[in-house]
Every structure is written in C-alpha cells, then in structure tokens.
Design a protein. Structure first.
Lengths: 300, 409
C-alpha cells in the first residue's frame, strides 16, 4: 500500500499541524480523514465541505459556529445547500468534548437523517482545557477537576465512559463505527464507508500526549495498545448489522492492558485491586461487543 | 401609526402580530425557517409551515432540540447564502445565548422575531420587554413594533438593513406577546411585486460564499485552535461591528424607511417616531405597543391644553441618539416608561441627554411587567406627575407604577 501522507493530495492538509504537539494522534487522524475525504471527492467530482475544530484537529477559516455546535451547523448548511441545489459531501471532524456539549444537536441531526459524516477524535477529555473530564473519559483516569480525581473517581463513584457510537446507532445513524489509526486498513475502510452511508459517525481512538501523560514518541505505541489490550474494541454497525472488525484475544490481553495503563501518568495511581477491576472492565466491554455481534451481527 | 395612503394594488386584511410576521417572512421569500416551540411566538413558525404546505413558500424547516441549536443552524444557513427566519422569546432566547453572540460578531444577518414573554421565575407566559432588552449589548439591530402592520413593515425593512453589505448584522423584530402577537389588526398587505422591488434577494458579500470557495486552499491553512494568540485583530473587528451598528446602520435605517414610504405610502419614523413633541414640556418615551396608549393620552391631554408629546423608540439598537436629542430639545421633563425591571429606557435617555444644553430632567417609571395592565389612566397619572415636576423642577426620579384600576368616568 502506498504510504499515507505521501500522495498528491498532501498540500490539502500539510499545514494542519501548525503548533500541535509533535506526534499528536488527533492531528494524525485528522490528516488521514481529510486525505480520504479528498480522495473520495476526486473520485466523485464533488468537493467536500469540512466543519469542526479541536486541539489536535486544528481549525480553519470555515469555522462557522460556536463550540459544541457542529451538528446543528451541518443541519443549517445542508438546508441552505438543498435550497441552492448544491450536492456535496459534508464532514464534521471534532473532539469528544464537542459531542457532550452538543449532544442535543448530535442526536437531532442523526435522528433527522441529515446526510453527513461525523468523525470524532476521541482523546477522552477536554485536553486543551486543563485535561478536564468529558463523558468519554475512561474508567479511573485522573482528571484535574474531580474532587477525588487522584483516585479517578467522581464523588466516590467509578464511572464508565460514555459510548456515543453506540448511542447514535439507536438515534438514526445509518453507519457507526469505532476506529484507530493503529489499524490503518480498517480505518480507511470505515471512513470510506462512512462517506457513502450517511448519516454516519466514526469514533476514533486518539490518545493525548499532554493529558494522558506519556512521552511524545509513544503515541503510535499507545494507540496500538489501546486496541490490542481490548480497551478500544473495533467494530462497525451498518445496514448489514454489527460486526467486530478485529477479534479480541481473551488470552493474554492482561499483559497488554497493564502495559497500556502503566505507560500513562493518568493511571499512575492505580493499585493491584484497580488493575483487577480494569481487567474485568475490559472483559465487560468486549462481552458487550460480542453480544451485539451475536444479536445484531451481519450474516456470514 | 400614520397610515397615509394605500397603494392601488395593496389590500387590507385582518392579521395578528404573529401572522403579520409570518406573512412578511413569506413575502421576503425566506428559504430556511427555524422552528422551536414557545408561546406566544410559535405561531409564526406554524404559519410559515402551513404556507409551505400550501405551496406558497419554497423553504426548508430547521426543527432541532432547542433554540441554541436552531439559531446556530440559522446562522450557518445564512452564511451559506440563504435568507432565514426564526421566532422565539424569553427562555428560548436565553437558551440561544451562545449563538446570539456568534451572529453579530460573525457578521451574519439573520432575523429573529420576538413576541415578548416575561422571564421566569415565577412561571408566566405573559408579556414584558425584559427578554430582548438584555441583548442590547451584543450588537444586534433591535426593533420594537407597535402593532401587526408595524411588525410586517419593520420585518421587510430589517431584512433590507441587516443584509446590506455595509451593515451585515442580525436583527430582532419584537412586539408584545399576546397584546400584539394574538390581537387582530387591520393590515395593508402589499403585492409580492412591490415587496420584491423593495427587498432584493439576499446575496452574500463577494468572496464569502462557502459554496463558492477553493476549500482545499482554505484547508491547507488550518491552524492550531489557539484563539487567544490567533486573533490579533480582535479589537479592530469589534470596532468595525460597532461602527456598522452605531454609524452605518443608523443611516441605512433612515434610508430604508424613506424608501419604504415611497414604495408603500406609509411610514412611522426611521429610528424613532415623534408625536406632538414640537413644543412639549413633557415627552413620554416608550417602546412598542405602549405607544398606542401614549398617543391617545397625549391627544386627550393636548385637548386639555397640556404641552405633552410622545417619542416612540422604534429602534433600541442602534440607539436613536440624534432623534432623542432633537425631540427632547425643548422639554423640561422626559418620562421613560420601561416595560422591563432594569430601567433601560431611563438609562439610555440619561446617557443621551447628559451634558446637553438645558438638558431636561429624566424620570423613569417601571410599568406593566408580567402582563400587568397599564391603562390610559395609569399613563395620564404619570404624565400629570411629570407635568408637575416640569412646573416645580422636582420629581421622583425612579419609581415602579403598579396598575391602579379606575373607572374612566
């Protein structure tokens, strides 16, 4: 396969990393998504319109509305395009905090089946705003503002992360998936399918160097470990049903999980008992995906 | 209202304020209709949807989960080159607080009708101006209408001014909930050709059409989301917006009004309407539907030989500074009748008249909050108080007027 980021389309996104942390996974994911969107546009002869902003994602001159409003922005844009007889792909790229803040927009836009693709670079926190928690912050991760944040809990309670890709499937999304840049063919397939089968939502696993607390040469490693440890099951759910796109190896996942957790400062407070709890959590996440595949799986 | 003449083609119909707002949007050929329910405004959207169903209007509806979402979608639709409308009030407006800043500072000429509703708590659905008054500080055009005809005509003028490329600011067109929104008035309805001739189709400024932009080139300039360092021009941008509102829009509103009179044969004053103020010792200053009562009281008291006049602020933003100073040049007392609990007109008048030669005394009265009755008797009492202050040079500066029921005998 030709190496990504070395194509003729490079100029379209080459400057996106003006100022982001070196090795920022959200930045990489955004570049890849934009490249795929432009490649699809070249095939179709329709120039895309891309909305959204975020720390690693960057922002551009098309920033047309406030924070947490990209889905309602798309609704307005698509209404105007329809009235003007314009048919072009519309794509949102933003972060997990935007999903929380604009959950009303997000759910309504999908429920009303507006034809666009939403890609979220999920770094599990308001990382550019002091590493505060979002609904997608993972279990027991330390965040700066929880009273007992040193234990990764909120008011003594342990929270699981919210799963917007699951939520939105039951609110009108035609295609929804989780993805990771560590598994590139899977990532490419999902973005291309998301562009075809709108409204679509793709939740991309994008670690954050600053708020997760790891060395900036470890982004690729942590991204891969997130998937192979079972923390981030890869799946897709389209008209043909639910499908895990990467099998989960139940034997021996613990080693990778421990490696994943130990590599991050946000988990530096975990003790042995917490590790056991985390293993059970990963099993539960994967049990959930297995059950969905059994219940809603596409015919082989 | 000075209904001077009727053009041959127009016809007189009966409409309430909400129907007039919807009819004006239809004749303005809005292309995107925002909708989210809140009484007494939601009848505007309902009417527009009915018009679409009957094939009288070609538009798309934006119907999202709350007012923030709807106004945001409205803003982006307008940036993509279509004329939009939305009607809301009170809790709905404050729900949309975030995009209400985006519209003026992003230079997006959207229009929002507000059939006023008092703010909660306590729970209420009746009217006063407080819901919109609080947005005087975010560089929106803000028009206050007296009756259905005023709503219709002002809507056309507001679109024309807001969309002018030298203005490019959003506009509120407001009127009293229930008292105007649901009361029927005779309305002189122009023909579509007349409206089309007065209000050109909405056009984006050259070079700003998102659908006609080399996006690859734009995307290549994506940058770090670092607003604090990324907008060195912030202050200059705000200064441009301020000038667009407080200098350019004033002239545009006056011009739009002059041309409206030529086109439709009726007018109300551009930024403000003076009524019998020429030699007035006391000038009652009001917004919206209170003007109807004020005009009647002025006539009655003039018949008794009292030198009293009325000034209706048609626009609260931009504030009609020159008109206020001219209308109050000979007054001894200016009485601000505020249908809000924060003395807005009072403060505006104090600010406008301070330092003027022979500046009149400004008295403020809070009236008719939460739909409270405010009759001609109440107004006459207040006017007599002001006349007494004009005579003695002393008067209570600020007070709340709670309605006093009286027989007219």
């Amino acid at each position: 396969m030709k190496m990504m980021l070395e194509t003729d389309h490079q100029q379209a996104y080459r400057n996106i990393d003006a100022g982001q942390c070196p090795g920022c996974p959200s930045n990489l994911a955004t570049k890849l998504v934009m490249q795929l969107v432009f490649q699809a546009a070249d095939r179709q002869g329709k120039e895309p319109i891309i909305f959204g902003q975020g720390c690693g994602i960057g922002r551009d001159l098309l920033q047309r509305s406030g924070i947490g409003t990209h889905d309602s922005a798309c609704v307005g844009l698509l209404a105007a395009m329809e009235m003007r007889g314009v048919d072009r792909p519309v794509v949102v790229i933003d972060g997990d905090g935007q999903i929380d803040m604009g959950l009303d927009d997000f759910s309504a836009a999908f429920q009303q089946r507006h034809p666009y693709m939403h890609v979220v670079c999920d770094n599990q926190g308001f990382s550019a705003s002091g590493s505060h928690a979002t609904g997608m912050t993972d279990m027991l991760a330390k965040v700066s503002t929880r009273p007992d944040g040193r234990q990764g809990k909120l008011n003594g309670r342990t929270l699981m992360r919210k799963q917007p890709a699951m939520m939105i499937k039951f609110s009108g999304a035609r295609y929804t998936a989780t993805a990771s840049t560590s598994h590139l063919p899977d990532f490419i397939q999902k973005v291309e399918r998301g562009l075809r089968e709108t409204p679509s939502f793709i939740q991309v696993f994008t670690p954050c160097i600053m708020s997760w607390g790891y060395d900036d040469n470890q982004s690729a490693n942590i991204t891969r470990l997130g998937v192979t440890s079972g923390i981030w099951p890869l799946w897709e759910w389209g008209d043909d049903g639910f499908r895990r796109t990467l099998p989960f190896a139940r034997n021996g996942f613990q080693k990778k999980l421990h490696e994943y957790l130990h590599a991050q400062r946000r988990y530096s407070h975990l003790k042995d008992g917490d590790m056991t709890q985390y293993e059970q959590y990963v099993l539960a996440l994967n049990d959930q995906a297995d059950k969905l595949e059994r219940g809603f799986g596409s015919p082989k | 209202m000075d209904m001077k003449t009727q053009t041959a083609e127009s016809r007189v119909v009966l409409m309430n304020g909400n129907e007039a707002a919807a009819e004006a949007c239809k004749m303005a050929r809005v292309q995107v209709v925002g909708f989210f329910p809140i009484g007494p405004s939601d009848e505007v959207g309902e009417n527009l949807v009915q018009m679409m169903r009957r094939g009288e209007l070609d538009a798309r509806v934006i119907d999202l989960e709350n007012e923030r979402s709807v106004v945001n979608a409205q803003i982006v639709a307008a940036q993509a080159g279509v004329r939009t409308s939305f009607a809301t009030n009170s809790e709905g407006l404050v729900f949309a607080y975030q995009p209400l800043f985006w519209a003026p500072y992003g230079r997006v000429p959207i229009l929002v009708h507000v059939a006023h509703r008092a703010m909660e708590p306590p729970t209420t659905i009746v009217t006063d101006d407080h819901d919109t008054i609080i947005f005087r500080d975010v560089h929106w055009l803000q028009f206050h209408c007296e009756n259905a005809q005023d709503v219709f005509d002002t809507t056309l003028q507001a679109y024309r001014v807001a969309e002018d490329h030298q203005v490019l600011l959003p506009a509120f067109v407001t009127y009293a909930g229930w008292e105007v929104s649901h009361a029927s008035f005779p309305l002189s309805l122009p023909t579509q050709a007349q409206v089309d001739a007065y209000l050109p189709a909405y056009k984006l400024p050259p070079g700003t059409d998102i659908l006609d932009t080399d996006l690859r080139e734009v995307y290549s300039r994506r940058r770090l989301m670092s607003v604090s360092y990324g907008a060195p021009e912030y202050m200059e941008l705000r200064a441009k917006v301020d000038r667009a509102l407080n200098v350019t829009a004033k002239e545009k509103i006056r011009a739009a009004h002059r041309e409206f009179i030529q086109a439709f044969g009726r007018g109300y004053g551009g930024l403000a309407e003076e009524y019998r103020t020429e030699d007035a010792e006391v000038v009652l200053t009001v917004l919206g539907s209170v003007a109807t009562t004020a005009r009647e009281v002025v006539d009655e008291m003039r018949a008794d030989g009292r030198r009293i006049g009325m000034l209706k602020l048609r626009a609260l933003r931009p504030f009609p500074l020159e008109e206020v100073r001219a209308a109050c040049a000979h007054a001894k007392v200016v009485l601000a009748l505020d249908r809000n609990p924060v003395y807005t007109i009072y403060h505006e008048l104090r600010s406008a008249l301070y330092g003027q030669p022979k500046a009149p005394m400004v008295m403020g009265r809070v009236i008719a909050l939460g739909g409270r009755n405010f009759t001609g008797h109440d107004m006459r009492d207040l006017a007599l108080e002001a006349l007494e202050a004009a005579r003695t040079g002393h008067g209570e500066e600020l007070a709340w007027r709670f309605h006093v029921a009286k027989s007219r005998k």
